[in-house]
Write a protein that binds this ligand. Structure first.
Ligand SMILES: C[S@@+](CC[C@H](N)C(=O)[O-])C[C@H]1O[C@@H](n2cnc3c(N)ncnc32)[C@H](O)[C@@H]1O
Length: 230
């Protein structure tokens, strides 16, 4: 059985997560696409949990798109959560930042309406236990927005050189969907968006840009909306 040990992101990876490229092409696009997938306007979200929030780059996007009364950011890396406190000051809603792990959240059962779980699962050596804890804190009928990188992206040589992830637990888009369903969450076909964005391709999308058609590739990324049953 895999343990729950933490593989810290590389120095390059930690820096990259603070860049405009990450903010504009990865985070913003994920939040906008997930909101579109959700296909309903959440006018009264009380609490959003941003799990694995790093420096809180998503806080303002979550505020803009989901109008929460409160955002709770949880991050295992003490240095990053310290910096998230600064990001939080830019939000109008109340933001609480906590150092902690997804395996053992300091939050009551059934207390969170919406969870933003973006690019966290592929960092977890025990993904099932992480999902079980998120299930525990979500209200019945609550929603988890998931954005994940698939094995086909994480196995690219430049990704393996520049970033750090636990080995042997990486998944295809379909395997991620099945894992989330196996922990009790409901996902319909309309709740899933697999993709191969330019930044996740071996050639960074350059071949397509110069007009050479590309064969369809295995998805490198997957977005999904999962619900805790009522
Ligand atoms: C790829 S980053 C994504 C950061 C942020 N969600 C985003 O999309 O910008 C993954 C984050 O999860 C954090 N993390 C890794 N293991 C964790 C755990 N067990 N509990 C909480 N956070 C964790 C890492 O430190 C890192 O900040």
């Amino acid at each position: 059985m895999p343990g729950k040990e933490w593989v810290r992101e590389s120095r390059f990876g930690r820096w990259f997560l603070t860049t405009d490229i990450w903010l504009e092409y990865v985070l913003r696009e994920a939040v906008v696409d997930l909101k579109q997938l959700l296909n309903t306007s959440l006018t009264e979200t009380r609490q959003i949990l941003d799990i694995g929030c790093h420096q809180g780059m998503a806080f303002e996007l979550l505020e803009e798109h989901f109008h929460p009364k409160k955002i709770i950011g949880v991050e295992i890396d003490r240095e990053q959560i310290g910096l998230a406190l600064e990001t939080a000051k830019r939000c109008r809603c109340h933001v609480e930042c906590m150092q902690g792990t997804v395996y053992n959240l300091d939050l009551p059962d059934n207390s969170i309406d919406l969870i933003f779980c973006h690019q966290l699962l592929h960092h977890l050596s025990d993904q099932a236990s992480g999902l079980d804890e998120l299930y525990r804190v979500l209200v019945p009928g609550g929603i988890i927005l998931i954005g994940e990188s698939c094995r086909s992206f994480l196995d690219l040589f430049w990704v393996r050189i520049f970033f750090r992830h636990p080995k042997q637990i990486q998944k295809t888009a379909q395997e991620f969907i099945e894992l989330v369903q196996s922990r009790g969450f409901q996902i319909r076909d309309a709740d899933i968006k697999p993709s191969t964005p330019w930044w996740s391709r071996l050639d960074l999308g350059l071949i397509e840009k110069i007009g050479i058609p590309q064969k369809p590739q295995e998805p490198t990324e997957v977005l999904m909306i999962a619900r805790k049953p009522v």
